[in-house]
Write a protein that binds this ligand. Sequence first.
Ligand code: TYD
Length: 680
Amino acid sequence: MTAPGRSRPTHVLANAPFRRLWTAMSVCSLGDWLNLLALTALAGNLTEGDYRVQSLAVGGVFVAKMLPAVLLGPLAGVFADRFDRRLTMVTADVARFAVVLSIPFVNSYQWVIIATILVECVNLFWVPAKDATVPNLVPKSQLESANQLNLLVTYGTAPVAALLFAALSVAGDLVTGLVPFFDGRDATSVALVVNACAYLVSAVLIFTLRDIPRRDGAISTPSVLKQVFEGWRFVGGNRLVRGLIIGMLGAFAAGGAVVGVAKIYVAALGGGDAAYGVVFAAVFVGMALGMFFGLRLLSGLSRRRLFGLAITVAGLVLVAIALVHNLVIVVMLTVALGACAGIAWIIGYTLIGLEVEDALRGRTFAFLQSTARVTLLLVVAVANPLAALFGVHEMGLGQLTYRFDGTNLVLVVGGALAVGVGVLALRHMDDRKDVSLAADLIAAVRGERFPAEAPEHVPGLFVAFEGGEGSGKTTQSRLIAIWLRDQGYDVVQTREPGSTKIGMRLRAILLDAAERGLSARAEALLYAADRAEHVEKVIRPALYRGSLVVTDRYVDSSLAYQGAGRALDPEDVSKINAWATGGLVPHLTVLIDTPPEVGLTRLGGAADRIESEPLEFHERVRKEFRALAAKAPERYLVVDGTQPQDAITRQIQDRVREILPDPVPHESEDATGTMPAIRD
Ligand code: TYD
């Protein structure tokens, strides 16, 4: 046994009783997925011939599978509590075994539906009994690991089952002619027999599990519908969460549409049950790929943007799936679809985990899970009848005929919905409104983790002043701050380095002329550290309050002094600063461009560490400042620093006035008169 606390999820498997239960759960999950595939396939096969009947038949299986949980879920939870858990599970397993085994014998559609409902009702006892047993078998500290493992097998077995189903269908085709029992039966019979045996294996495993206490403590399972209504009251008020949930449900619904109509669609493309299994597996394989690689590949992209984008692309892929009538391409597109859905899900989950406060998080997840179930039920319940209603249409295109049937329609509608939801999410949650999505994407694919970005969409206004030594920017930034305050704005005037507690200590190190030994990289990192603190503690909070922030120096100073002046790689300096600031870029940067020989002579007092650098150093700095401004003229104002002070002030005011936030303040007189004599 491992020490509790810092254990990895798999360490809980060292616990023999839990391992046995977990094995039983894995086998059951595998059986459940096989069951879903085999029964939908069987329903399709039993009603082959009439497209409409077939669509309805497959839809019926999905509805039969989900209805008991939605309607009777809480009831069964209460019942399960009154019985011995081990016996409940064993009995349920044996019952499931018997019912599933009977399906190939009876071989009728009615029995498929009745059997499905019976199995699901039995599941309603099995699942709460299992859930209640887990805490009996594992110590509290490992409960989370145990839950993770449960989730892993619940979904992880799906692609395994899908591939197994594909293999068993092929075997089923071979066996029907060879083995007397299977003679004349449906090709899904083999899969159903294997499915039934899985429940039997679980029964044996649990029967021999002696550590389950008879019963203790109540399991309360609130009704799904109640969870949905109550949950919405909590989450509906939060804009971000609302966007996330709508997006995630949209992605879920799109996936549901595919799963719901897959059997019929695959059949229309000439694929059999094996192909159905492969398409099903493709969704899950894609999801896994999306979750693991998609995020890594696009790690530079804003999460919120990626979320909306993934859903939009999923929608487009879905439309393509509907229109391309080629099984191989459909399978490939399905992997892509799964990848997009996987990306959206994992981002949604992570964002909820990060941005929803503790007290609400549990409910948000519960809400999400219950709404996901209801959404799936609705989608599947609507998808197949809609497909049946539409029927099959063939369009003649010269020699060729193009088939467009209800399944295609459902997929197109599902795709269009997903595109709509995705675009909505992109609009609703975009945190980088001023950067084009294309530019962002290109940067992300190229692996530029921190692309240069325009100001975030914040209520405030962010103006930076830059310039060389003695350029006059400190004086000007103060004058502008006074001018803005006079107009009634809330202004935060600040500077770098040294505007926070930590920043002051960093400033002392940085500017201390005695610290001659400071290496260029350490210097760059210290400035970036000061800036990170400055952004987090001062600038960003002020911007979010809607204040106007005027800073004396910002990232460009590092690019000029450390990048060009100290000859570090400008890319590196840019990256560490983008990381330090979280990508926050000023709305406007005012560069007061003064030749160093003029600026340096303006300085009084002892030169600090940087001021005492040679003239060439300052030349390089000036050149870099000008180059930065030339690269993005829309975000810069370059003023000639050799002009008289009030001429400079006027030019800056004219430009700032253009970008002042609403309500546009009345024209005010230029700030003149009080000219604080501040050394630059
Ligand atoms: P400060 O006394 O504030 O001077 P100034 O009035 O010129 O702004 O000192 C800031 C010094 O730090 C200045 O010489 C430039 C340098 N510096 C950098 O080298 N990199 C940076 O990122 C920043 C913000 C400043």
